[in-house]
Design a protein around this ligand. Structure first.
Ligand code: CA
Length: 439
């Protein structure tokens, strides 16, 4: 990592320095360890509860003991031989960096899963059987299996009642249509048990007859699923935003990528979510910022494939007012984020990957994807020639619609090769998510 050749006879030397823990980490260690030398399991438990706001049932002494043990085991291969049951500052710093032991968002379902399906955003793939682009790539079940492994794809009437089932959004099979023993339920949902005892559940897919306004009509005692291509949604929200939100309160609205996205690229998902669209269908085999937002969003609720829609999308005002994404709402809260440093990239990339003659120059872009009033991107300073950049910069984002705000963190290098981005995105739609990201 230290020497870079400039010419065949000349090399540039760069000091290799291990970044030390940020001041905030040192101060927290000092505060909770008491003596500033070792942090016991009980002291770590207090840190988790008070500082990390870990209010889960498992913020207990046994959890803290397990963390101490695992951290020591990871850092010191002979942990069993060292008779120590407490963390040093370095151990503590290592724990904070660990995505296994200190994940930014817990992989735990914590939202109510018993409301009707229309109350949820649902992780939805589009042409997920394609392995690459939309025209010439091969069909395979592998991308679907991969997508299912990434997030479970189950669905209908409540997520809870559909546990362990897979719902595929498609035209019903012929045998299903021919079957006479369909049971029409009062909600308009059809269900039938097929021979191999897999439940088939279908929602009537309403093809828009007449204008868009007609298609968005909410019918009494009947739920429908309406599919709109991305441009149709854009048009619909410009002219009938109010109707779109109302439709999606009771019915299922699916948005899908336009046909010209032959490279399996994706559209911006927020316009759909801000109008309550449950199924913002994506080319999961694609790549890029929109897909990162999609994955960030669905990490919110344990990666189960469902995220509860915020209440304001499910209700209307006394004069039938609906949520209006363009409204200039006042900030409800603000999010403070400290960007301390980056580490570990030298393990993933060759030392000349970004720049032949010197270590990379990293900077971070940070911001919010969400309602137009909250949307913002800022950036840190560029840290030149350092594989372990230390930024120590603070950012504050006022949020008017925190329920639908996603925190975007992207690390860039100034001399990019093949547009390499290193990225992390997480969702702030729940208190738990916001705490995790803010801490
Ligand atoms: Ca450089």
């Amino acid at each position: 990592m230290g020497n870079y050749s400039v010419c065949w006879f000349f090399t540039r030397k760069f000091k290799i320095s291990d970044a030390e823990p940020p001041t905030d980490v040192k101060e927290a260690f000092k505060k909770y360890s008491g003596d500033g030398i070792q942090m016991t399991a009980d002291q770590l438990r207090r840190f988790l509860k008070e500082y990390q706001c870990d209010d889960s049932h498992d913020a207990s002494i046994s959890k803290a003991e397990r963390i101490v043990e695992q951290t020591l085991h990871k850092r010191h291969h002979l942990a069993k031989l060292i008779n120590r049951k407490a963390l040093s500052l370095e151990d503590f710093y290592h724990f904070l960096f660990s995505t296994d032991l200190n994940p930014p968002i817990k992989s735990q379902v914590h939202q109510d899963m018993t409301a009707p399906l229309s109350h949820y955003f649902i992780y939805t793939g589009h042409n997920s059987y394609l392995t690459g682009n939309q025209l010439s790539s091969k069909c395979s079940e592998a991308p679907i299996i991969r997508a299912l492994k990434r997030e479970k794809l189950d669905e209908l009437p409540t997520p809870e009642s559909l546990k362990y089932r897979i719902l595929i959004s498609t035209k019903p099979p012929k045998e299903y249509l021919e079957a006479e023993e369909d049971i029409q339920s009062s909600s308009g949902l059809k269900s039938r048990v097929s021979d191999d005892s897999d439940d088939l559940i279908a929602i009537h897919a309403g093809k828009p007859k007449g204008g868009l306004k007609d298609a968005l009509k909410v019918e009494k005692d009947k739920v429908r699923r309406l599919s709109l291509v991305e441009q149709a949604l854009e048009k619909a929200v410009e002219n009938h935003g109010h109707d779109v939100v109302r439709f999606s309160q009771k019915n299922i609205l699916r948005i899908y990528p336009k046909g010209t996205r032959i490279t399996s690229s994706n559209y911006k998902p927020l316009i759909g979510w801000l109008h309550g669209a449950q199924m913002v269908a994506f080319n999961m085999q694609g790549y890029g910022r929109s897909l990162w937002l999609m994955h960030g969003m669905f990490r919110a609720n344990g990666g189960c494939g469902y995220v509860k829609k915020p209440d304001f999308l499910l209700r209307h005002g006394p004069k039938d007012e609906m949520f209006n994404r363009k409204a200039k709402l006042p900030a409800k809260t603000s999010l403070k984020v400290n960007i301390y440093m980056g580490d570990g990239w030298h393990l993933d990339f060759k030392k000349t990957h970004f720049d032949k003659y010197s270590p990379p120059d990293f900077y971070t872009r940070i911001g919010i994807a969400g309602a137009p009033v909250d949307k913002k991107m800022k950036r840190t300073k560029i840290k030149e020639d350092n594989w372990t950049p230390v930024w120590n910069e603070e950012f504050i984002f006022p949020l008017a619609v925190p329920e639908l705000a996603l925190l975007r963190i992207e690390v860039h290098v100034v001399y990019e090769r093949e547009a390499t981005h290193l990225c992390a995105i997480c969702y702030l739609g729940s208190k738990r998510g916001a705490d995790a990201c803010a801490s």
